[in-house]
Ligand binder design. Sequence first.
Ligand code: ADP
Length: 628
Amino acid sequence: MAQRQFQTEVSKLLHLIIHSLYSNREVFLRELVSNASDALDKLKYLCVADEAYKSLSFDPRIDISFNKDAKTLTVSDNGIGMDAEELADSLGTIARSGTKSFLEKLGEDVKKDSNLIGQFGVGFYSAFMAAGKIEVTSRKANSGEAWKWSSDGKETYDIESASRDTHGTTVLLHLTEEGLEYANRWSIEDIVKRYSNHVAFPIYLTYDEKEWDDKGKEKGSKTKTEKINSGSALWRRPKSELTPEDYNEFYKQISRDSESPLFHIHTKAEGSLEYTTLFYIPQKAPFDMFHADYKPGVKLYVKRVFITDDDKELMPVWLRFLRGIIDSEDLPLNVSREILQQNKILINIKNASVKKILSELKTISETDAEKWNTFISEFNRPLKEGLYSDWANRDAIIELVRFKSSAVEGWASLAEYAARMKADQKYIYYISGGDEKTLKASPLLEAYRARGIEVLVMDEEIDEIVVPQLGRYTLKSGDLSKEWELKAVNRSGADEELGEAPDGKTENDAKPVIEKLKNALGERVKDVKLSRRLQDSPSCIVADENDPSLQMAQILKAMGQGNVPDAAPILEVNPSHALVASLKDTDDALVIADTAGVLLDQALLVEGVKLKDPADFVKRLNRLLSRK
Ligand code: ADP
C-alpha cells in the first residue's frame, strides 16, 4: 500500500469544506452523481470516436445504495474509470490554477457558502462533509486492473491494487454521524430529484423494502432497485411542456450554481441546420470569469451524445459567463474535438447563437429594467471586451454596453446620451482613467457641466483600451443615421466647442502669466495654455491629441510595458483664479516657481496621478501658505 500526501491546497480545501461549508451538506450527492455522469459521457464519446473502444458496448447507468447498519453510502457508475495515476492526479491535487488562487482569496467569511464548492471544481472533496472515510474503487475501460483510493480526508491518501468486475468507479462513503441522515431511501430520492433529475443517464437506487404478513407483522425484507430520475434530455422537450422550475433545476445541475439563473434562451432551429440550444445567463459572474484558465460553461452534444464541455471556442471568449448546451443533429458523432474549431456547422451555430443572445439582451434592456440592471452590473465588462474582440457583432454590442455619466445616476447607453445631446453638439465627450468619484470631481468637467454638456464617465480600466479603438458612434433610426466622434475631455482639442474662457479672458490677456509658468516648469510640461474648460479650479492637465493619456501610460507600465515614453502633459490654467492671477504682478522667481509647481502638481493629484516628488509639492505649498 502506498501512502501519499495531499497537495497542500487540497489539505487546505478539505479543512475548509469539513469545518466551514457544511450548511448545505446534501450537495455532495449532486457532486458525486455529476462526476459519474461525466465519466459516462466520456466513455460514450470514446465508443463512437475511438477505434479502440468501438467494440465495447455498455449500458450506461449510475447506482446508489446504502447500508444503515454499516453506515455506508455508495455511488457507482460504469463509466470511463481511472487508473492509479489518474486517481492520484484527480483526487490528490487541484489542477486548475484558478481554483488555487480563488482559494487563496477566500477569507474566514465563506462559512455559509457551500455553493462555491461545485463552482470552483472541487466537487469530489465535498463528500467529506458527510463521510469520515472514503474509498474509491475504479477500473479503467479497456483495462483489467482496478485500483482503490482511500482517505480520511486529512493529510494523506492510499492507493492500492483492487478488483472490480466491470469498468467504472465506485465511491464508498463511510458516513459520519451527521452524514447518517442520508442513509435512507427518501432523502436520497429527494436530493437526486432536486439536483440531478435531468442527468441524461438512469440513476438507480437500491434499497430494502420490508414485507409484512397478513397480520401486519414484519416477515422480512426484499431488495428493490428503482430508477429515480426522469433522465430525459430536458433541452429536447418542447418549451410548452417545461416549467420555470424545470429550467432552473437543469441550470443548477449543469452549472453547479445554487442560485437560479437570471434568464434562459431556449432555441430549436430547423431548416438547413438542425440544432437545439439552451443558454443561461447566471445572476452572478462565475468566480473564474477573469482567470485565464476559466472553465467554459457550454457543453456540446451531438444527437444527445455528449461530446465536450471543455471547448473554449464554442462561444466567443467574451461570452464566457454563458452556461448551457448546444445539441446538433448535423455534426458527425465521431467529430474530433481537435478540429471542432474549424467545423463549418459549428461556426454557423455559434454565429447564430451569438446573434440570438444579443437580440434577447436587447429586448431585456428595453423591457425589464431590474433584470437588465443585474445583468449590466455583472457583465458590462465582458460586453466591453466583446466590443473590441467581436467585430462582426460590434453594432449590436455597442447598443448594450453602459457607462456612468455626469448627467444621470446609474447607467447610460450611447443612444441615451445621443438623445440628450444639445442640438448642435459636435462630439460625444467622455472622461476616463480613475474611479467614478475622482472622475466626477475632475476640474476638467467644470465647463462642460456649466454649459449643460453631458460627459460619459469611464471608470473601468478596460475603457482606456476599448473606447479609443471604438472611435465613433453611429445612431441608426430607420434609414437615417448620424455619427459622432468620441472625444476624451482630457485631450487638447476637446475644448473647441466650449467657446471662450471664463470672464472672456483671451490668450493675449493671459500671455505674461503663461510665459512665467512655461519658464518655471520647463521640461515638466509640453505646453501651458489658457483654459476654456475651467470654472472654479485654477488648473488642469490634458494630454496632447496623439499622446497616450497619463492614466493609460500608468496602465501600460503596470502591465510591464516599461518602454512607454513619459509624454509631458499640457497644463491649462484658469486666468480668473486668484492663484493664477497673483502671478501677474510678481517677478519673484521663487514665488513663480512655487506657484507653478503647485498648479501642476495639484492638477496631477486630482487626476489620480502619483506625484514623482511629493516632498517638493508639500514644501512649495507650505512656502506659499506662509507668505505674508
Ligand atoms: P470536477 O468534477 O469539477 O473536475 P472533482 O473533484 O469532482 O472535480 O473531480 C476531479 C476529477 O476526478 C474529475 O475531473 C474526474 O477526472 C475525476 N473523477 C471524479 N469522479 C469520477 C468518476 N466517477 N469517474 C471517473 N473520473 C472521476
